[in-house]
Design a binder for this molecule. Structure first.
Ligand SMILES: O=c1ccn([C@H]2C[C@H](O)[C@@H](CO)O2)c(=O)[nH]1
Ligand SMILES: [Zn+2]
Length: 132
């Protein structure tokens, strides 16, 4: 899959699966790994509010469960006037599996609003290399 449209369609599908009875704010995330495999996630809220999980976290779990660890690109889609950028925690989660080529596409159902590198999204980040 090369053009944005196919990815946007997948992102919208992921977003439509969101379990969001509390915020009503659907988010979808779709990862393409270096090998070309595709993994999706949606946000899953909980009656105990802090236990809710983000869409990016779901997609990353699916990726790791699929035996993959390198994100080539990730599409994150939400609705609204403001850009839906990954929260602080998810920036760090993506960072774990990103490199200097990873692209983070910030999307609405209308299209890709912004494409960022990992360093733009989380400058001066702490990562696996720091533990070497
Ligand atoms: O990048 C983001 C930002 C927010 N949310 C979710 C968390 C919560 O369920 C809802 C409102 O914050 O949106 C995500 O999944 N990803
Ligand atoms: Zn998050």
């Amino acid at each position: 899959m090369s053009n944005h449209d196919d990815w946007l369609q997948l992102s919208e599908q992921a977003m439509s699966r969101a379990y969001v009875p509390y915020s009503k704010f659907q988010v979808g995330a779709v990862i393409e790994t270096e090998s070309g495999a595709v993994f999706s996630g949606c946000n899953v809220e909980n009656a105990s509010y802090p236990e809710g999980t983000c869409a990016e976290a779901g997609a990353i779990s699916a990726m790791v469960m699929g035996g993959e660890h390198r994100i080539r690109q990730i599409y994150v889609m939400g609705k609204g006037v403001e850009l839906v950028t990954p929260c602080g925690g998810c920036r760090q989660r993506i960072r774990e599996f990103a490199d200097e080529h990873t692209q983070i596409h910030i999307c609405s159902p209308e299209g890709v609003r912004k494409t960022l590198s990992m360093n733009e999204l989380l400058p001066f980040s702490f990562g696996p290399d720091n533990l070497k």
